[in-house]
Write a new protein. Structure first.
Length: 315
């Protein structure tokens, strides 16, 4: 599949924003993160900014972005529509929670309920985003149960890295925020590694013979190409990344998204507060670049069965 940069920005930015929103709501309600005015103002502004930027960027992948509002009507059958409805719904409790946090600097019972609603809706939104891809039976690399788990884990991991920066910038970080980031990054890496191993071991489900209904009658090959020039389907669905490039990019994604951020978080714990904010910023920048590489690969490594009609032997 052709990696659309608008969708890559959408899934990475909004995922990090929802992850930060979840951790702010959780630790604010539990009293772990002090509900100071400026922490809330900057933290919620950052999360809302990432979420909103991601959602708007996704519309640029549409042929008619001005018609994006129509997607909200198909929530009964479309994961994309459900994602849109939940994304808008999340703004309500999250916005009220942010107002209570900033104005009163304490949450109370009402804030705790709003935090719970925010966490549930944010998680559900990320899950729906993942299911847009995981529900597609035409792409074997996406139609597996690990995809939603990876999406949620990466959202929580990148959100925890952002929370660590925020906490340390205001002097409230410590071992707890670093260990949270380490734990979530390690979990996300484990799930992503399982995903890569799964798609590498998978056998292609369909062949060219299946595509034209001649399975069992011998090998089918195209005598002439279907088109003299690549068409839209071939450009969008037929993007291929060479195996050696894929392996190199996977190593880069692992180093940038997981190894370097985890090393920085461990350095924060071992070297103390004087190095904490510097390491936290390095971890954030590295994780952001690494997740973009990971998401680019997620699309580039996907094989759509429609390419069986355009010369692919298996998919």
């Amino acid at each position: 599949m052709h990696p659309a940069y608008s969708v890559i920005l959408f899934t990475t930015a909004s995922g990090a924003g929802y992850g930060l929103l979840i951790w702010l709501a959780l630790f604010g309600a539990l009293g772990v993160m002090p509900t100071e005015r400026w922490i809330g103002a900057i933290g919620f502004s950052l999360s809302f900014g990432l979420i909103t930027a991601g959602l708007f960027s996704s519309t640029y992948h549409l042929g008619h972005p001005e018609r994006a509002w129509r997607a909200f009507s198909q929530w009964r059958s479309s994961w994309l529509s459900r994602e849109g409805v939940l994304a808008v719904a999340t703004y309500v409790p999250a916005g009220l929670l942010a107002l209570i946090w900033i104005i009163t600097e304490k949450l109370g019972a009402m804030g705790a309920w709003l935090a719970l609603a925010t966490i549930i809706l944010a998680l559900a939104t990320v899950y729906c985003t993942a299911m847009i891809y995981a529900s597609l039976k035409t792409i074997r690399q996406w139609n597996i149960g690990l995809v939603p788990l990876v999406y949620v884990a990466l959202a929580l991991a990148t959100g925890s890295v952002l929370l660590n920066v925020l906490a340390r910038a205001f002097g409230h970080g410590g071992d707890w925020s670093s260990w949270l980031a380490i734990l979530m990054l390690a979990l996300a890496f484990a799930l992503k590694a399982m995903y890569w191993m799964t798609i590498d071991r998978q056998q292609s489900k369909y062949t060219a013979e299946d595509a034209i209904g001649l399975k069992g009658l011998g090998m089918v090959r195209a005598i002439e190409p279907a088109h003299s020039q690549p068409n839209f389907v071939m450009r969008e669905m037929g993007y291929r990344v060479a195996r050696r490039h894929s392996e190199r990019l996977r190593r880069n994604a692992i180093a940038l998204a997981f190894v370097i951020p985890i090393a920085c978080c461990l350095a924060e714990i071992l070297l103390g507060p004087s190095f904490g904010i510097v390491a936290a910023v390095i971890a954030t920048n590295s994780a952001a670049i690494g997740v973009v590489v990971e998401r680019w690969l997620f699309f580039a490594e996907a094989e759509h069965v429609v390419m069986l009609y355009y010369g692919a032997e298996r998919a």
